[in-house]
Design a protein around this ligand. Sequence first.
Ligand code: HEM
Length: 321
Amino acid sequence: MGKKIYAQSNSDSEYVKSVYKMSDIISRRQRTPWFWPNFVYNYFGDGREHDRTLKVLHSFTNKVIHERSENISHIESDNDSDNGTKRRRAFLDMLLMTTDEDGNRMNNQEIQEEVDTFMFEGHDTTAASMNWAVHLLGAHPEAHSRVQQELQEVFGTSNRPANMEDVKKLKYLECVIKEALRLFPSVPFFARNIGEDCHINGFKVPKGANAIVLTYALHRDRRYFPEPEEFRPERFLPENAVGRPPYAYIPFSAGLRNCIGQRFALMEEKVILAAILRNFSVEACQKREDLRPLGELILRPEKGIIIKLEKGFYQTSSCSG
Ligand code: HEM
């Protein structure tokens, strides 16, 4: 969005705290159907806490949008430039400057809805997914070595930052990320309202019903992913994915409302995981059965991921120390 919130150095940030609080509040309400009616929720549940937290989130994004829109003329004149190469704009600036076919700009509320969705969908999903990937690599030495070998082929001994060309070459790392998202999809379920009567597996599903798609379960269909609990990044090599139906693997959902950030997410994860594994080897300090994934809004391990980092490339050692 072009705004720094120093979330890592300032984890006390009101905004950051409210994001987590809101996830908690929503997922609690999802699990307690008696709080679904607004009246009951407001009088007997967390309704007021929900509204207070939402206000913090909205007033933060509102402020950012206002500050930025006041500088719009400066943003517009800042257009091309920088040694003849096009300067990349912050996403918020693009929203502020976008017009429809009649030349109308989006109003502040429309912009705010987009900003809120992107802020929410765009950070915790990738963070959770990288967390799982780091654990899985730390628990699978062969895949770990193969990733580091690929990194060595692409970067050699240099410590330059990754660029787009490098990212494209990190094919095995991409398989690792995809396999981690298969086993632990950051968005473990999503819902749709059925638009017309249909039949699924011999059952009639009427128009108006709510359907929940459980990616976590779908990704464990042994017809398409034999021995589904096994972590095997090779499943995603092009030659091994031949014939797999496109809807057998949908960590980013599918259809019209699929994830708009999926390509960006893969790039971001590759850059960050490459930065970690170019410098460190990772060892998992937990067994898979200790992780206890919690399917809240985002799928995360109950007590976090504990790993051991060792400078340099992979050598076997032990976490017990
Ligand atoms: C590993 C990372 C990610 C995963 C697993 C993921 C997953 C998903 C899923 C499953 C949906 C559909 C939800 C539904 O159908 O109800 C979705 C929607 C969306 N995602 Fe992502 N996402 C990720 C990263 C990102 C990033 C990095 C961004 C933005 C930079 C982003 C922006 C969005 C937006 C704006 C939507 C709503 C699209 C719409 O409703 O039209 N996501 N994401």
